[in-house]
Design a protein around this ligand. Structure first.
Ligand code: GDP
Length: 302
């Protein structure tokens, strides 16, 4: 279906690349396994995930469980699915929670954070939920404007503060507004400037503390938005954010138009405990999809 088309470039770098390697081979030898390893690394699957897969294949080959090169791709497909599955945990909003579910959104500028927030607002509105947005990126006026536009489009109030004002205060006001309105979800946008990274990380940690003080268990989700097209860089970004604001979820955007979608496997293998919630495969609201491991791998291999 559509996912298959949207993932065409990763499909070609990963699945078709692996298929081409086994073509015409008569046996599974060290050379073939090395070629597979190189192909996985080239497709951004990352060192940890690749090593896990190659070790497992090697074990199966030595036990003679796996002898036919033509069966290799099928086995790889199973292994890739199994590797992703524990990380593919959907974001479910509790039905009986007192007070709003607070979603703190973090990520570097340009990764698609604001767009993702807009798409989430639209999704939750369509489910009949009351949503409040908080524009805690007070650094960029354009970000608050963009959020405001999404708010108008989806009929959702947007809490803003003065330009250059305290992001923690905006987050606080957004949670307060969510409470006062009896909203189901409060989604808070944050800054993502890269050139003053230490300050940014401190600022995010502070915003998080403000929310945590205000509402027990909040933020209920701290979601990092990363651009899948950046490959291994996505991994180092995720690690860095995770150190300042413990992440619970990830959204990986722009998987349409990149060959580097293999990074999802790297993220699943390296960021234990962090769930992959959504993937972005295009610009429209339906293109933000709840992440499903089998569906993703099938779209690459079928
Ligand atoms: P922010 O700076 O992180 O808030 O980034 P924006 O939300 O402004 O997004 C930057 C650009 O990426 C916009 O043009 C979005 O439409 C685009 N974008 C976001 N997600 C996706 C996606 O999944 N696929 C594609 N192709 N574009 C996306």
């Amino acid at each position: 279906g559509r996912l298959r088309e949207r993932l065409a470039k990763t499909r070609s770098s990963l699945a078709e690349g692996l298929g081409a390697l086994v073509l015409g081979r008569k046996e599974i030898d060290d050379e073939l396994l090395e070629d597979l390893e190189t192909q996985l690394l080239t497709a951004d699957v990352g060192v940890t995930a690749t090593q896990r897969i190659i070790d497992d294949l090697t074990r199966r080959v030595s036990r003679k469980e796996l002898t036919d090169p033509q069966a290799l791709v099928g086995t790889l497909r199973e292994e890739l699915t199994a590797l992703l599955a524990p990380a593919a945990r959907p974001l479910t909003l509790p039905e009986d929670q007192e007070g709003p579910f607070v979603l703190l959104m973090v990520g570097v500028n340009g990764t698609g954070k604001t767009t993702t927030i807009g798409k989430l607002a639209q999704r939750y509105r369509a489910e009949g939920r009351e949503v409040v947005l908080g524009a805690a990126d007070t650094f960029r006026a354009a970000a608050a404007e963009q959020l405001q536009e999404w708010g108008e489009r989806t009929g959702v109030p947007v809490i803003r503060g003065p330009e250059g004002g305290d992001p923690g205060a905006v987050a606080h006001d957004a949670v307060e507004a969510g409470r006062a309105r009896g909203a189901d979800v409060v989604i808070i946008d944050t800054a993502g400037r890269l050139h003053t990274q230490d300050n940014l990380m401190e600022e995010l940690a502070k915003v998080r503390r403000v929310i945590a003080k205000q509402l027990p268990d909040a933020p209920h989700e701290t979601m990092l938005v990363i651009d899948g097209g950046t490959g291994q860089n996505a991994l180092s970004q995720a690690r860095q954010f995770n150190q300042s604001v413990p992440l619970t979820g990830l959204t990986v955007t722009k998987l349409d138009g990149t060959a580097r979608g293999g990074v999802l496997f790297a993220l699943a293998a390296e960021l234990e405990g962090v769930a992959i919630r959504f993937i972005g495969v295009g610009e429209s609201a339906e293109d933000l999809r709840p992440f499903d491991a089998a569906e993703f791998v099938d779209a690459l291999f079928e």
